[in-house]
Ligand binder design. Sequence first.
Ligand SMILES: Nc1nc2c(c(=O)[nH]1)N[C@H]1C(S)=C(S)[C@@H](COP(=O)(O)OP(=O)(O)OC[C@H]3O[C@@H](n4cnc5c(=O)[nH]c(N)nc54)[C@H](O)[C@@H]3O)O[C@H]1N2
Ligand SMILES: Nc1nc2c(c(=O)[nH]1)N[C@H]1C(S)=C(S)[C@@H](COP(=O)(O)OP(=O)(O)OC[C@H]3O[C@@H](n4cnc5c(=O)[nH]c(N)nc54)[C@H](O)[C@@H]3O)O[C@H]1N2
Ligand SMILES: [Mo]
Length: 760
Amino acid sequence: MPDARTSLAHWGAFRADVADGEITSVSPFPGDTDPSPLLGNLPGSLRHSSRIATPAVRRGWLRDGPGPSSARGADEFVAVDWGELTELLAGELRRVVDTYGNEAIYGGSYGWASAGRFHHAQSQVHRFLKLLGGYTFSRHSYSLGATGVIMPRVVGTHDDLFKRSTEWNVIVEHTDLLVCFGGVNLKNTGINHGGTTGHPAREALHRFRANGGRIVSISPLRSDVDGDCEWLPAVPGTDVAIMLALAYVLATANLADRAFLDTYCTGYEQFEKYLLGTEDGVPKSPQWATQICGIDATVLTELATRMAAQRTIITVSWSLQRVRHGEQAPWMGLTLAAMLGQIGLPGGGFGHGYGSMNEPGLPPLRHRLPSLPQGLNPVRTFIPVAAVSDMLLHPGETFTYNGRTLTYPDIRCVYWAGGNPFHHHQNLPRLRRALGRVDTVVVHEPYWTPMARHADIVVPSTTAFERDDFSGSRNDPLLVAMPALAQPYAQCRDDYTTFAGLAERLGFGAQFTQGRTARQWLEHMYEKWSAEIDFAVPDFDQFWADGVLRLPVESGLTLLADFRADPQTHALATPSGKIEIFSDDIAGFEYPDCAGHPRWYEPVEWLGGERAQRFPLHLIANQPATRLHGQLDGGAVSQNAKVQGREPIRMHPSDAAPRGLSGGEVVRVFNDRGSCLAGVVIDEALRPQVVQLSTGAWYDPLDPTDPDSMCVHGNPNVLTDDVGTSSLARGCTGAAVLVQVEKFAGPLPPVRAHQPPVIR
Ligand SMILES: Nc1nc2c(c(=O)[nH]1)N[C@H]1C(S)=C(S)[C@@H](COP(=O)(O)OP(=O)(O)OC[C@H]3O[C@@H](n4cnc5c(=O)[nH]c(N)nc54)[C@H](O)[C@@H]3O)O[C@H]1N2
Ligand SMILES: Nc1nc2c(c(=O)[nH]1)N[C@H]1C(S)=C(S)[C@@H](COP(=O)(O)OP(=O)(O)OC[C@H]3O[C@@H](n4cnc5c(=O)[nH]c(N)nc54)[C@H](O)[C@@H]3O)O[C@H]1N2
Ligand SMILES: [Mo]
């Protein structure tokens, strides 16, 4: 028998004690040297008061039928049984498809859901909607919206930048200087999509330092590097200007590797004209950059010189591309690394996402993982994922994306399983108006998240710990069995069971289930995979009994080493086969906000611009240290960090003092898009005029009937701008926003986010 207490979350494998259907305590997986503190959110999560106990339908929808409604998010719910739910939902899907066509269903359903290869909500919902005849889908992610479009164009891949990144061990051994734009934040390496059984980053940084390695962190927050480093607290949003200044020094001090640029890159000459100011009269010198970024010109000049003299890796965190013009930072980071000429040398070159996720720096599996066959989507209509409100608000209008002109479809039904747009999307007042325009919103959720509250049809899902599954990720050596830890809560069902019932009702049950139970799918996926790989693995029952299976990995990788060794055989998948410092294709699109080479664009949301006169603080809306996104916000680790029940906002004493603020007080954070409450934490270790409020506090409007109402809990997405990175990628730009902060004087409203809505 397997050890019934071992399971896996996106933040790591663990062992659980379970009593009366509830996780009572967890301990880290043996061998995980740096387990994620997020494990502490699990006890109490299965029977938490915010669980959805029964299928439910919004009262107004039940009364009036499908149609636009401003009551979403403010209405009561009516509990229904599974039979009624299946009838209503199948009927509505049929109506939408018959009247408007499959394109009218938005099934992008972005979100992280849970670990597990079979019960993964996105895999289930997409497979179901494909068999229904298709749906409008979404491309890319909130994580990497800009990178996912720019990097394939200029280096031929985005995925391999993470999957085949230079291994931590190679950095420890060979790198002298780690220059990190956005730091290497270990709070983030706790996480890996699909889970992880080890967290080596912290120890790797220890060994790196012990070996004489030095870290330079360019970041508004000192905490972005744990322990010793040289901290350059630059004005946030100015990284590209800093990189240009470093490049300028290399170009003008004869430190650029011309042979590398000639052999492995294209378009350096065009870029250099911009760099030197030959065309616009503005040399991108350290003196130029210092006015923008606030770091001394001499510091920048010395840094560039050191970088050229030593084995240097330039890393760019993912946050740097989750802003307006987010395409520029990874592209310019790559360009700077190309000028140093160390790309493909052990411990040198470029890295993207060290400290963003556990994956970069970990050796990849030699083989793919077992997976659920997905089939084809008969509908070809899609949006870049973060254009969801634009799409709902502007049906029929055109927009640009990656060199194409596309048209927003007319969506009637929004279908979500495994994600929370009230966590991930920007400008929540706008999102609420957008959701108000459609006929029907369907949400599958284990918890009464704000997205579930905004649904018309609420489908209660099991959590990953109430069903059998297995999981692994492409840079972790273990496939892990996830036997159910507890029985499903109340009336909750696996998403698979819900979809199987719906498919049956809609006439394609046999195609959806292929006659298999969930357990038989697990066996099928495993056995099919084991027949296709070229190494022997035990049969499914043995794997299940063992609980884990060790898979072979490819150790010792250096990013792009093969390309360096043989640029013909390993030509990049770019038009030139080389690194494109200038892209003819991008230049040909003639976008005003993304030129043919990396360049500095002055953003709107930054301290150096006009908007900062009105909203003088730069709010970093980064990933929370105390949970994964909005997941388990009610858990102990997340709750213990709150200040008077509000999400903590970190402020420099020099910003708190003039506002009469001290630690522990509640403030109102606002701009012209919205406002929220937050609890003050005073911290000297951030750049003055920068405040930090992580994402993930469940949206909790003071007046749920008013989309512009203040969020009393501290969700920064009531403040962020819903604008794309550029005409090229239209990626998410939620990483930062300008705000003002003031003391909250009125009586403190209660936080109700984790209480269920009224259900009758
Ligand atoms: N301002 C700002 N906004 C951001 C970001 C930022 O930096 N700043 N970061 C962005 C990024 S990188 C990301 S990835 C997104 C994350 O945004 P999301 O991935 O949407 O956030 P999660 O809270 O992980 O949402 C997953 C939901 O799935 C539910 N779930 C778990 N298991 C199951 C299941 O088995 N079935 C079903 N049906 N549901 C399940 C969970 O309860 C949870 O509500 O946020 C983005 N938003
Ligand atoms: N604990 C925890 N870890 C997570 C997640 C989580 O929810 N919780 N989410 C995971 C997901 S889905 C993703 S995509 C990754 C995201 O990974 P990232 O996008 O890299 O993570 P963030 O925490 O948003 O940002 C990292 C740091 O970038 C710095 N930064 C912000 N703006 C600037 C700037 O303009 N210049 C510079 N130089 N630095 C800046 C901030 O100080 C911030 O702490 O994190 C993953 N890891
Ligand atoms: Mo993400």
